[in-house]
Design a protein around this ligand. Structure first.
Ligand SMILES: [Zn+2]
Length: 121
């Protein structure tokens, strides 16, 4: 009995192959949940391929997020991970008036140099 049911399963598996002997790669259906309209978009991908974390919602064209089971995948986009710019770091160390003073000094210096250049030329 057990042996027969196993054989049946194996036959079922083989039916994935078409008559021409072409092997269809296994497919997986992934669900994307749109946070804008709340609707789900189902996409079929090859089981070997990694499904993208987001997909365009087919109802409203906004971004839909891949569902893993009943939970949407956590996107690796946390604000804290965005590297601070040099400008951000500068602002932490100096106040704006200080920066403006520095900028003015620098501009004066550049103007002076340009002036010297004109005299030299
Ligand atoms: Zn939508």
């Amino acid at each position: 009995m057990a042996d027969r049911s196993l054989r049946g399963m194996r036959l079922g598996g083989q039916s994935l192959q078409s008559e021409e002997g072409v092997v269809f790669s296994p497919r997986m259906t992934h669900t994307y949940l749109c946070s804008t309209c709340g609707k789900e978009t189902e996409m079929v991908f090859s089981a070997e391929a990694e499904a993208p974390e987001t997909w365009e919602c087919k109802f409203c064209s906004n971004e839909a997020v891949l569902m893993i089971g009943s939970e949407p995948v956590v996107l690796d986009r946390a604000e804290a991970k965005v590297p601070r710019s040099h400008w951000d770091m500068l602002l932490e160390r100096r106040t704006r008036p200080e920066l403006e003073e520095l900028l003015q000094e620098r501009l004066d210096y550049l103007r002076a140099r340009r002036g010297q250049h004109k005299i030299g030329a």
